[in-house]
Design a binder for this molecule. Structure first.
Ligand code: PMP
Length: 472
């Protein structure tokens, strides 16, 4: 596989790191960081990257088995993405797309996404982040239902443990309690259904199909209780990612989609993690046979070299937007950097590389080995569940393997293991005690060996520590 490798010697610690650290301690508010603890420990400074590896300011190398934030499909040194950005900076560094204006990369990327997206999803609206995309989606759905003369059809249905972002509406759709607590959320009408996690919520002896049927029934009962005329849309990630890496049980999406169609409820598929090859298909919707009304994309869209997200909406939704403009005038929604030329140029090049290098086929070939290596930990005394699909997976650590009972203090062992992996040159994510893996799409067999041998050593350290703490 082609990959630009920078010589090791070129990757030197930054000379001004100390001043960065000083400024950082006083100035930068870190997202998803314990801010009190941060004052004591200081930041972990990443200064460079090369393929699937990143380097810190002390010269240590780490395999980035989380692709940053589930997002750096092409690794950390793809020169073609850098060149695409530089070329576009030279040609036109910025222009907006308000009031009929456009720029070439934004228009070309919209056409490309329309070509790739399933079914009649042919119209694209750009934002700078996934959260903004989901907020824009909520506004668009409300606007469309007002236009259709359905002013009461406004509620959203989401799932517990779903992750859809952190802005006001998207965080409301997110189904993780810590993201709501003390932020006065949810702030939009939304109901969170049972998380489709078979390990946690399937009943003893219940098959995956029966669990899916029960969840679809829960959805239908909720719709009937509330009245379908009050419910606008169902939103879901094909595979829940940040909420604990939860692939759907067998038959889940077909059952959910059938209920939504029956009651005229839009299906919004948040493919911010699953889009662009993560599961071995361009979109997770294709893997699970979902026909979305709205597709939400970001992260691997640009390999996160530039901030960019997109909504891809159906002809039917777009027709309503157009007819609403005939009544009201301009579609009064947009952001200064909607369709930014540099971000969209990078996205076009990123998709071109994914296609040229056959990365979907590569993921399909590598995924069975990745999943096998993950499942090799299933017998470990601390491991309750191993799950995953494509190039994303997780190992859930539990206090009692036989019963699946979680630890009394969630996240303590996961946090310890997370730190140990750093010592062994590996970056994974600890979602409390669920250890997530989401390596770049360019990961090779040798990289997998390195990831799992480092993890094996870190888990051995964590196991000793768990014993010393009477956690095991
Ligand atoms: N949806 C999903 C499925 C995500 O994983 C994320 C980010 N982790 C978001 C939405 C929010 O995207 P952003 O962080 O770019 O706002």
């Amino acid at each position: 596989m082609q990959q630009t490798i920078r010589p090791w010697q070129e990757i030197t610690p930054m000379s001004n790191v100390n001043s960065i650290v000083q400024n950082d301690l006083s100035s930068l508010i870190h997202p998803y960081t314990n801010l009190a603890q941060h004052r004591e420990t200081g930041p972990f400074v990443i200064t460079g990257g090369d393929g699937v590896r990143v380097f810190d300011d002390q010269g240590n190398a780490y395999i980035e088995a989380m692709s940053g934030l589930w997002s750096v499909a092409l690794g950390f040194s793809e020169q073609r993405l850098v060149d695409a950005a530089i070329e576009q900076f030279k040609q036109l560094p910025y222009y907006h797309s308000f009031s009929h204006k456009t720029n070439a990369p934004a228009a070309a990327l919209a056409a490309k996404l329309a070509e790739l997206a399933p079914g009649d999803l042919n119209h694209v609206f750009f934002t700078n982040s996934g959260s903004e995309a989901n907020d824009s989606m909520v506004k668009m759905v409300w606007y469309v239902n007002n236009a259709l003369g359905k002013p009461h059809k406004k509620k959203f249905i989401s799932r517990q443990q779903a992750y859809h972002g952190t802005t006001v509406a998207s965080a409301s759709l997110t189904g993780i309690p810590s993201i709501h607590r003390d932020f006065d959320l949810p702030a939009i009408p939304v109901h969170h259904l049972t998380c489709p996690n078979a390990y946690r919520f399937a009943r003893p002896g219940e098959t995956e199909e029966a669990f899916s049927a029960r969840l679809a029934d829960e959805l239908e009962r909720y719709i009937l209780a509330e009245g379908a005329e009050t419910i606008a849309a169902f939103i879901g990630e094909p595979v829940i990612a940040a909420g604990g890496v939860i692939p759907p049980p067998q038959g889940y999406w077909a059952a959910i989609q059938a209920v939504c169609k029956r009651y005229d409820i839009l299906v919004v598929v948040d493919e911010i993690v699953t889009g662009f090859g993560r599961l071995g298909t361009m979109f997770g919707s294709q893997l699970y046979g979902i026909q979305p009304d709205i597709l939400v994309l970001s992260k691997q869209l640009t390999s996160s070299y530039q901030p960019l997200a997109a909504l891809v909406v159906s002809d039917a939704i777009h027709d309503v937007l157009v007819s609403q403009s005939q009544r009201l005038g301009a579609f009064a929604h947009g952001l200064t950097c909607t369709g930014h030329p540099v971000a969209t140029a990078v996205a076009l090049e990123n998709i071109r590389i994914i296609e040229e290098r056959g990365l979907l086929g590569h993921v399909q070939r590598l995924a069975p080995e990745f999943q096998r290596r993950l499942r090799a930990f299933a017998d470990h005394p601390l491991v309750g569940d191993v799950r995953g699909v494509g190039l994303v997976g997780a190992i859930e650590l539990v206090a009692n393997k036989a019963t699946g009972q979680p630890f009394a203090q969630p996240g303590v062992l996961g946090g310890y293991l997370f730190k140990q992996t750093h010592k062994h040159g590996l970056i994974i994510r600890a979602i409390y005690d669920t250890i997530a893996f989401c390596p770049p799409l360019i990961t090779t067999q040798d990289d997998l060996d390195a990831i799992f041998s480092a993890f094996d050593r870190a888990l051995a350290d964590a196991t000793d520590w768990a014993r010393s703490q009477n956690l095991l």
